[in-house]
Design a protein. Structure first.
Length: 422
């Protein structure tokens, strides 16, 4: 790095690295340090060279057919030259002194202005359009606050419905720029779902979820990218019929069929352990699968499990809770004190269990499923006259009134649950 003085002003003279030769015609650059003090010049030299390198990097990034990369590179190059990137229409309306400042800031090489700097400082690089598919790509980063604490499986289940909604829209309407989406486009999308509902292919609930997820993606991008669009998303949902709920297993069915000797022997040991653990706890299958040696606590006065956001996101703030272990569920956890590593980060648990139950005649009706054990546990607590506050605390549900105090002790809850344990 050479410091040389010209006309009482120090300059930095350096050879252009080979990497930047595609965007820099000069073999050697002279950078004015705007001082006649050698001390100040030495202090400014490193920063001046770093700024030059940043500008070359921005030019390299803009030397591409990728519209997004070219636009971002132009914005960065304008920033490095001390300006906010404005499109050419806005630049042309600037006050004359500001316009002259921008023109003067353009570097000149071999008596010719640098094309990349002209484009960046005078705003001739068009902003790329945000299509529906691009909106989805942007959405993952913009909505990352919604994924904090989610496990890999939870993240997959959160992403997939949004991917599906966008794909369905593109298949129906096309991958349009989001600022070009019209009310007719949205009505065409709704009509596609209406026809599928009429044929019985899908339910109104499924269609509404697609509309909701698509709208969520578009509105998030519109808001957080500050696009200011009036998206035509209102009044599109379908009226839903009575929601279907999973029926609970009867106590007799659990005792005589699910808990019958050898009934579950064909199911792999960990899935069997999670199922039996669910009978007297009512946890969600994913909650049982996520338990570990730290959250399965057997060597205490009251053996219990602790549902915590350990490596995953809980369904709600109320889902964090402790549940005493009783009956067959206590036995299951004594067999698996370290949890169920096979299913900790797997999405296959419910499918595996349901397939086994269905294939072995262990579903009480075709409407029953593995999850019906949770509903059964809730009904058993209700039939036993357990207080609503305790039921909701055990089940991980919100209480429809103010919560006061710490609630029932673990010992007291165990005494209540032992009365209905199987």
């Amino acid at each position: 790095m050479a410091l040389l003085k010209r006309n009482q002003v120090f300059y930095l003279r350096r050879r252009v690295p080979r990497r930047y030769q595609p965007v820099e015609q000069r073999a050697v650059v002279w950078i004015s340090l705007h001082t006649d003090s050698e001390t100040f010049a030495k202090n400014k030299a490193e920063r001046a060279w770093a700024q030059m390198v940043e500008a070359w990097e921005a030019r390299l990034a803009g030397d591409t057919d990728d519209a997004d990369a070219r636009y971002e590179a132009a914005r960065e190059l304008a920033r490095l030259r001390g300006f906010r990137y404005l499109d050419i229409d806005r630049v042309s309306r600037l006050p004359t002194p500001e316009l002259i400042d921008r023109i003067d800031a353009v570097s000149v090489s071999a008596d010719r202005p640098e094309k990349a700097e002209v484009a960046a400082i005078l705003g001739t690089v068009p902003e790329p359009q945000i299509t529906v598919s691009k909106a989805l790509a942007l959405y993952w980063d913009l909505a990352r606050d919604k994924t904090f604490g989610k496990s890999a499986d939870q993240l997959r289940r959160w992403r997939n419905p949004r991917i599906k909604a966008v794909r369905n829209f593109i298949a129906t309407v096309g991958d349009k720029p989001i600022d070009a989406i019209t009310r007719d486009d949205m009505l065409d999308f709704r009509q596609m779902w209406l026809e599928r509902i009429e044929t019985g292919e899908v339910t109104a609930n499924s269609a509404n979820k697609d509309l909701l997820h698509l709208g969520g993606v578009l509105k998030t991008v519109n808001t957080l990218k500050r696009l200011g669009l009036a998206l035509p998303l209102g009044e599109l949902s379908f009226r839903e019929g009575e929601a279907r709920t999973r029926p609970p297993f009867s106590v007799d069915w659990i005792k005589t069929r699910l808990m019958a000797p050898d009934a579950l022997n064909g199911l792999n040991a960990e899935a069997r352990g999670i199922l039996l653990g669910m009978i007297n706890t009512g946890y969600r299958p994913s909650e049982g699968a996520a338990l570990t040696a730290e959250t399965i606590r057997l060597d205490t006065e009251v053996p219990h499990i602790s549902i915590e956001p350990e490596g995953r996101q809980l369904k709600s703030q109320y889902a964090r809770r402790v549940i005493p272990l009783t009956g067959v569920s206590l036995e299951a956890f004594q067999a698996f004190p370290d949890g169920f590593p096979r299913y900790k980060d797997s999405a296959s648990l419910s499918a595996t269990v349901n397939k086994y139950l269905r294939g072995n005649g262990l579903l009480e009706t075709p409407e029953h499923s593995f999850y019906s054990l949770r509903h059964s546990f809730e009904d058993r607590m209700l039939a036993a006259g357990i207080d609503d506050r305790i039921r909701r605390d055990v089940f991980g549900h919100r209480l429809d009134r103010e919560r006061y105090g710490a609630g029932a002790s673990l010992l007291h809850v165990r005494e209540l649950l032992e009365r209905l344990a199987l």
